[in-house]
Design a protein around this ligand. Structure first.
Ligand code: IVH
Length: 698
């Protein structure tokens, strides 16, 4: 009533209130599109504007602040300790089938059939196959659709209240649609993506702070971080895979019949559910799933340590019940480990494109993450010291996805007895020193104050840097010179035929054919590839120059913002800072690069060689006919390469995704299109050919 009075006397207040409600609703939707669907519909700047408007309204009306407001993801105070939470429904674990071969799936199916008293000839059992995420289990409790509490699994009976930290995860909805049950506990895995993990460790290394062993440890550390401000800087993600306590059907709660149906409902309520969840009939389908995911494992953006099979029917799940703390209706089927122990045979130093010297451990070959690894990075001198790695030590090596294998740390055990010491432990490692001269070119090695990395000062005088610079320029995602691989670049640089990038375009048939092991045909192919590479795009060219801190995404943003290379080359740091994606370090790096006369010279010579691209208008408002549209490419297109098609779609504001879902707007199919096309037809997604795509781009 008091409120009504207020509204009656203060129409501004009523207006503020309705604006505030509208902003919250819109920001919830936008966050879901951005974090869960990975398909933003407005530019980041617009989101920020709405967010700040809401913050201002809440500041003016502090009594309207509620915990489910989008502004409340971060902001809690550091805690002394976490409160204990008793789980309404215990959080179970799953039996693990350690047999990484197909027999693991057969054994599970056989147990389920026996338990259900099925005999030969009875139909196959219907399962759901899922990924086994390598993170930590979390229970999210919603009441009346508002996230009230998030708790770790703990011992399964009692966990810890980590609500403040979990709120910072953008993928976790703070508020659910009106239709959800009064009490709803959603269970799932909090994890850290591999790229987020790499970036976090890189930041930690640069600051000289402790790095994390793997994404799981980093995620667990972030969730159990007492200061939510720190937790917010550790980017986490989430997948839902089950339920805890839920309002029963008799009291108006949902009546799910299958696990799969339940997951689809969770998805419709705004929770991230992995796209790889599938219904599978019988053991053979489980085996096929296990094998297929094994092949896709490296390409996933996060770690999985296996797959999980669950009986789909919830009635059958109840019938099967539990043994101790493990349900009989589920099993985890493992993959080979991504971390293994091996021995350090030596420590070499490699020189990278930017002159960075990297200590690399030569290892006794070990099978890890699906391949044999015999070298692993130690990142920098300080990491070697911190980890106290010496030749002869047993170490843990991690290889996950396409991330470079790394030495995570030393095995602390009888394998590495600490030598008897009279003196306090020294952090200096006796049998590894960073060289003071570059092992490749002999130039001085320096380390700038506050920097963790040692660098060769030789620049393009250093053949290692020259080789890397050329390979970077010629790679597929940059200017793309097909066939210009490591071996050929080694030959060209070592014989001094190529000293700078423009030298590449002066290569003639005779010079190439004169190289050892070079057939006339391959020489001609390289000449053709060089010719073809001359027609490129501004972002590819910019990225190809190898400016420190300018990756593909930044190159695209720069090209979009400035339109022309000259505008970028002449932009001051202040002007560069206006580009989204460009911070002070990047701006400085770009400025420094183009302030070097020899770099400008290289650019001019490349242009003189005939390298060209189309330049656009110097604004960020170029038309975006495909804004908000998601595409999937499949098969071979008649003229466009896959990267070219992706670039064109992205330049027009569209997004290219790897898998087809209901959220896909268009599938572009060429010849030999496979399962993605089937899936598109099944879901009724519009299928285009190349011509239709080009038409849309006009
Ligand atoms: S279901 C009753 N599904 O594995 C079944 N768990 O030992 C309860 N996990 O701590 C779990 N991916 O953190 C389930 N798709 C998935 C999973 C998954 C990873 C983890 C979870 C749990 C452990 C089970």
């Amino acid at each position: 009533m008091a409120n009504l009075d207020l509204f009656a006397t203060n129409p501004d207040e009523a207006q503020d209130r309705s604006r505030l409600d509208a902003l919250r609703a819109q920001l919830h939707t936008l966050a879901h599109q951005y974090y869960v669907l990975d398909a933003p519909t407005v530019p980041d700047a617009e989101y920020d504007r709405l967010f700040r408007e809401l913050q201002a309204l809440e500041a003016a009306h502090p009594d309207w602040l509620t915990p489910d407001s989008p502004t409340q993801r971060v902001g809690g105070k550091p805690l002394d300790q976490f409160a204990s939470v008793r789980h309404a429904v215990p959080m179970l674990s799953i039996r693990t089938e350690t047999d990484t071969e197909s027999t693991g799936a057969e054994a599970f199916d056989a147990r389920v059939r026996k338990e259900l008293e099925l005999v030969e000839g009875d139909p196959a059992v219907e399962y759901v196959a899922e990924l086994k995420f390598d993170g930590l289990a979390i229970n999210l409790r919603y009441e009346s659709g508002v996230l009230l509490q998030a708790a770790t699994r703990g011992d399964g009976e009692n966990g810890e209240d980590v609500t403040q930290n979990i709120r910072t995860i953008g993928q976790i909805p703070l508020r659910l649609p009106a239709v959800v049950p009064q009490v709803l506990e959603v269970r799932g895995e909090v994890y850290m993506r591999r790229d987020d993990f790499e970036a976090l460790n890189e930041r930690q290394r640069e600051k000289g702070e402790k790095t994390f062993v793997n994404p799981r440890n980093a995620a667990a550390g972030a969730v159990r971080q007492l200061d939510p401000g720190i937790a917010a800087q550790r980017p986490l993600s989430f997948f839902a895979y089950g339920l805890g306590e839920v309002t029963p059907a008799e009291q108006g709660g949902p009546a799910f019949a299958t696990h799969y149906g339940m997951l689809q409902t969770l998805k419709s309520w705004g929770f991230p559910v992995a796209a790889q969840v599938e219904v599978a009939h019988g053991a053979s389908a489980l085996i096929a799933y296990h094998q297929r995911i094994a092949r896709e494992r490296d390409q996933l953006p996060y770690d999985i340590d296996g797959v999980v099979y669950k009986v789909n029917s919830l009635a059958l799940q109840r019938q099967l019940g539990f043994v101790t703390r493990e349900p009989r209706w589920a099993v985890a089927h493992k993959y080979p480990a991504q971390e293994e122990i091996t021995k350090v045979l030596g420590i070499d130093v490699q020189v990278g494109r930017t002159g960075k010297l990297t200590p690399v451990a030569r290892l006794e070959p070990v099978f890890v993450g699906g391949t044999t690894v015999s070298n692993a990075t130690l990142h920098n001198l300080f990491e070697v010291r911190k980890k106290e790695v010496r030749v002869g030590d047993s170490v843990i090596v991690r290889r996950a996805g396409d991330v470079i294998p790394e030495v995570v740390g030393k095995v602390q055990s009888v394998l590495n007895p600490e030598p008897f010491r009279h003196y306090p432990r020294s952090p200096y490692v006796p049998n590894f020193r960073m060289p003071t001269k570059c092992p490749i070119c002999g130039s001085d090695v320096v380390r700038e104050k506050g920097e963790a990395n040692h660098r060769c000062t030789g620049g393009l005088f250093c053949s290692a840097q020259r080789k890397q610079a050329i390979l970077h320029f010629a790679q597929r995602r940059a200017v793309e010179v097909e066939g210009l691989g490591e071996k050929l670049v080694d030959q060209l640089v070592e014989s001094n035929v190529v000293r700078t990038l423009p030298d590449l375009y002066k290569l003639g048939l005779t010079t190439l054919a004169a190289l050892e092991r070079m057939a006339d045909k391959s020489a001609q192919n390289i000449v053709d590839a060089l010719e073809k590479s001359k027609q490129t795009t501004l972002p590819r060219f910019l990225f190809g120059l190898g400016i420190r801190h300018v990756g593909e995404a930044t190159a695209k943003e720069l090209a979009r913002h400035f339109g022309s290379l000259d505008a970028i080359m002449d932009a001051s740091e202040e002007v560069l800072l206006q580009v989204s994606d460009v911070g002070p370090i990047v701006a400085k790096s770009i400025r420094t690069f183009f302030d070097q006369a020899h770099n400008r010279e290289v650019v001019e010579q490349l242009r003189a060689c005939g390298i060209h691209w189309e330049e656009g208008a110097p604004t960020s408002d170029t038309p975006k006919p495909l804004a908000g549209k998601t595409f999937v490419l499949t098969g071979t297109l008649p003229t466009l390469g896959r990267d070219a098609a992706k670039d064109l779609i992205e330049a027009a504001g569209g997004k290219v995704s790897g898998s087809v879902s209901k959220k896909t707007h268009f599938v572009v199919a060429g010849t030999e299109a496979g399962s993605k096309l089937d899936k598109a037809n099944e879901l009724g997604v519009t299928v285009l050919d190349e011509a239709a795509l080009l038409e849309m781009l006009k």
